[in-house]
Design a protein around this ligand. Structure first.
Ligand SMILES: C[S@@+](CC[C@H](N)C(=O)[O-])C[C@H]1O[C@@H](n2cnc3c(N)ncnc32)[C@H](O)[C@@H]1O
Length: 250
């Protein structure tokens, strides 16, 4: 099993940090608002945030009233940032790979993950591990790159554009070929896993979850018209997909 830790690469880390520091970025303008709308009431709940990165979400969940938040991530650099900038008494950050989530002691009311499952090869196993970590009636709410986005294999341009650079349509290739994609993005050899939409559904349901809601990335009209250069591609291709899953009550 390959497990890349690209966020500890100095260049990648600095680039990611500056992307996220832009006021107009995909995390704050697209991912977080949708994710937040899909969360259950977190007041008094124990939360596990997988692939917590720099801790913005963990801190947000504590601010939303969670009793405790455990953020796990594979990257020391991301965790160091989280501990420095997004600390709270009831938030803990631990260096644990998502692939090892099954070794965590205890159970949680809510598991969350934002844009991190792309890096996990075996989604079915991860779903079963998270299911086992949740209390009955618990939730898993996550975002990840959309299958139409991860299909990109780096060989062709993501969009066909007119002579002014305006995106005419998204290019799609090799969608049916699941597995590792190694592309050049910020650094050479950036790795993520592509899976089809049906694999997502079957891995989630196969673990025992009920899917309560599924959404795809959009931005409000005002943001789209003000920042068409940044978000215009979302009209053709939803970069992210979101699921709210429930572990049924016994
Ligand atoms: C795109 S960032 C998202 C961070 C954060 N959830 C957010 O929304 O800002 C992906 C994160 O997943 C982490 N990651 C990648 N592979 C991992 C693995 N196998 N186990 C745990 N974390 C991993 C990275 O280190 C990085 O912090």
């Amino acid at each position: 099993m390959s497990m890349q830790n690209i966020y500890d690469n100095e260049r990648f880390f600095e680039n990611f940090k500056s992307l996220r520091a832009n006021e107009i970025n995909f995390n704050d303008c697209v991912e977080t608002p949708i994710m937040t709308e899909m969360l259950p009431d977190l007041r008094g709940k124990t939360v596990l945030d997988l692939g917590c990165g720099m801790g913005q979400h963990a801190r947000q969940y504590a601010d939303m009233g969670a009793a405790s938040v455990l953020g796990i991530d594979i990257s020391e650099k991301m965790l160091a940032y989280a501990r420095e900038h997004n600390a709270a008494d009831n938030v803990e950050y631990r260096r644990i790979a998502m692939e090892d989530a099954g070794t965590l002691a205890g159970t949680f009311d809510v598991a969350t993950s934002s844009l991190a499952f792309d890096y996990v090869e075996n989604l079915g196993r991860l779903m079963r591990d998270i299911y086992a970590l949740l209390n009955d009636g618990g939730f898993l709410v996550f975002s990840t790159s959309h299958p139409l986005a991860t299909a990109w294999d780096g060989v062709y341009d993501r969009y066909t554009r007119d002579e002014n650079g305006v995106r005419l349509y998204a290019n799609l290739r090799s969608y049916a070929l699941e597995g590792l994609r190694r592309v050049n993005w910020v650094v050479d050899g950036y790795e993520l896993y592509h899976r089809t939409f049906s694999t997502f559904i079957n891995d989630i349901v196969g673990a025992g979850f009920v899917i309560e809601e599924c959404r795809e990335a959009t931005v409000p009209e005002e943001l789209m018209s003000a920042h068409e250069d940044v978000f215009g591609g979302l009209v053709h291709k939803p970069e992210f997909i979101f699921f709210r899953c429930r572990k049924p009550k016994k």
